[in-house]
Design a binder for this molecule. Structure first.
Ligand code: AMP
Length: 396
């Protein structure tokens, strides 16, 4: 299928073609016509499927078509995209600028940690599309720095992640302030019971679409694991990086402290790495991300939350130095690699302590992850083979 069949106008098609996109992805083929028709939508799509463009393109189309003669009033917005993290807000806003470069719509990203005064100043003129994190958004609404009475479309992006991060209260308070007549779009990597519950209050009468089987990750991603004693993890990682001559990898770790320690352990073995976590300033995080994207920085160690929303194309390797507690988080992480058709590798270092998490992840995938052995790293504490119908206590 060609982009031109989707009902998007020339300035948008031009921008998409300049970005080198030749055909819409599956989620784009399904979502764009539904959104253009004005219906509410719930979409199950992971990062890496092209989900951002699947709502940004039709949103631009609709707002642009209704733009002529429309004068935005002060502090008003026409579309609101709520994201769980500032990194994702910045990323979505960047996509809006790219896809909308031949249009005259305005947009901005608004998040905690950004300069509040300059955000307020921008809002004074009115903004067509506002991308915001829940806390700062609510704060601005309380301060009457923005009003929702002209809002036409609400997008909840990565809804499952917002619930995991405890934003449900803020989101409900925001939704209460929105005009009743609006279009609602909800995107989520997984549609859990909690997401359904949120969808019920925010997105009723929605069309529902899904692009990936709920239980499996993208097939182009090669997943494997190595069982290893906990105290040997950093030596093993250094060994893999050096022996296999890795060009670039995003390494997930559980804690801030662990991230800093791993960076120094890698550096002692001559491997340059940097850590990205919530303890580092926004400016430092942005700089590290830019260096990582440009290839200047090859090893980036990240805590799960900090890494959320990082848009890094065609990343060859993702490493779970620690396995995540949530199996959905594993799916999100491996979605960072093999994006938009490129192939990738997801490698997990699994110690006996990670066994419960491994069971939950493999049950969620519906299959066991291939195990590989690395010479010189035989384990003392064996990790048993998972029981695939394992259900974590919290979900029973
Ligand atoms: P997302 O799932 O929104 O995070 O998008 C993943 C990546 O796919 C982004 O880097 C996009 O630039 C890219 N992308 C989105 N749509 C397409 C398309 N139709 N063809 C090629 N790449 C795309």
């Amino acid at each position: 299928m060609a982009f031109s069949k989707l009902g998007l106008s020339d300035p948008i098609l031009k921008a998409v073609s300049e970005l080198g996109y030749t055909a819409p992805t599956a989620i784009q083929q399904q979502a764009i016509p539904i959104i253009l028709s004005g219906k509410n939508l719930i979409a199950a799509a992971q990062t890496g499927t092209g989900k951002t463009a699947s709502f940004v393109l039709p949103l631009l189309e609709k707002l642009n078509a209704a733009h002529y003669g429309h004068k935005l009033r002060a502090k008003r917005i026409r579309a609101l995209i709520i994201t769980p993290t500032r990194e994702l807000a910045v990323q979505v806003a960047a996509s809006i600028s790219q896809y909308g470069q031949h249009l005259s719509l305005t947009s901005m990203a608004m998040y905690g940690g950004g300069d509040e005064q300059s955000q307020k100043q921008r809002l004074l003129e009115g903004v067509d599309i506002l991308v915001a994190t829940p806390g700062r958004l609510l704060d601005m609404a309380h301060q009457r720095a923005l009003h929702f009475d002209e809002l036409e479309v609400l997008v909840l992006d990565e809804a499952d992640r917002m619930l995991d991060m405890g934003f449900i209260g803020d989101i409900n308070k925001i939704i209460e302030r929105l005009p009743a007549k609006r279009q609602n779009l909800l995107f989520s990597a997984t549609i859990s019971q909690d997401v359904r519950y949120l969808a019920k209050s925010a997105v009723n009468d929605a069309m529902e679409i899904s692009v990936s089987a709920n239980s499996s990750a993208t097939p182009e991603i090669e997943q494997w694991l190595i069982t290893v004693d906990k105290d040997k993890k950093s030596a093993l990682l250094s060994h893999l990086i050096q022996q296999q001559q890795w060009q670039q990898a995003l390494i997930f770790i559980e804690t801030k402290h662990g991230a800093a320690k791993l960076v120094s352990q890698l550096e002692k073995r001559g491997i340059k790495a940097e850590a990205i976590h919530s303890g580092r300033s926004q400016a430092v995080r942005e700089k590290l991300l830019a260096d990582f994207k440009s290839g200047e920085l090859s090893m980036l160690v990240a805590t799960g939350i900090a890494a959320r929303g990082l848009d890094i194309d065609e990343l060859p390797k993702v490493v779970n130095y620690d396995l995540p507690y949530q199996s959905d988080e594993y799916i999100h992480r491996i979605g960072r690699t093999g994006r938009a058709g490129a192939s990738g590798e997801a490698i997990s270092l699994v110690s006996k302590d990670d066994f419960k998490n491994l069971c939950a992840i493999e049950s969620r995938l519906g299959h066991i992850i291939e195990r590989r052995e690395i010479e010189g790293f035989a384990v003392k504490k064996v990790v048993p083979v998972s029981i695939l119908n394992f259900v974590p206590k919290s979900k029973r």
